[in-house]
Design a protein around this ligand. Sequence first.
Ligand SMILES: O=C(CO)COP(=O)(O)O
Length: 254
Amino acid sequence: MATRTPFIAGNWKMHKTHAEAAAFIAAAKESLAATQTVEYAICAPFTALQAVADAAKGTAIQVGAQNMYFAEKGAYTGEVAPGMLQALGCAYVILGHSERRQYFHETDDMINKKVLAALAHGLKPILCVGEDLEQRERNLTNEVVAVQTEDGLKGVTAEQLADVVIAYEPIWAIGTGRSSTAEDANAVIGHIRQVLARKFGNEAAGTVRIQYGGSVKPENIATFMAQPEIDGALVGGASLEADSFVALVQGAQK
Ligand SMILES: O=C(CO)COP(=O)(O)O
């Protein structure tokens, strides 16, 4: 069986100025250094990325963005290009978050272009997939995540898949305090891995990290990590305080 390093990513969403971001890293870095068997990243707003990258220098804290555009450069007012993130030292970029799909009308096709552009620039995409409440109630969860996974990864090679992280985030569990059960998240993530195996082969599928996201906290992280298919978490609210983020990383040790 493939060993997959647990991976905790904090998705700060639209929170923290650059100064607040630097203070967070200063407060968290020593305690984080004690946990060496977990990989961790902070996905900050664009305006705080430089501050996070500077403050995290010399530590194992990796830096991620929360979105980007797929074009190299050009007349796209307000957008940020992959090469700009790479130049800042970003390792990861969250793509296709449900909030981007819902509020900014991102489609699977657009997200796929972003995934390909990220990989072409040495950025590792954290591709988000997940069903809404209505889809869950109509038993469409597996179908929805399969389409989002397949369409999001069109044109990605089995070799490139090693640099992709998938985050399964049921929309009804995001910021609601109502998390999925660990068993249920494990089953959906197992299904996503089967979809990957069909497309890329068992070996490639076995090495991809698939995170759970949706109301993950220090109190429930260990329950999720105890599941065989769950390789980490993409965490919103509970990643905003240094102590809480440190506890999540500590709790993610398998
Ligand atoms: O959307 C999420 C992470 O991307 C989850 O957010 P919460 O952890 O605040 O539920």
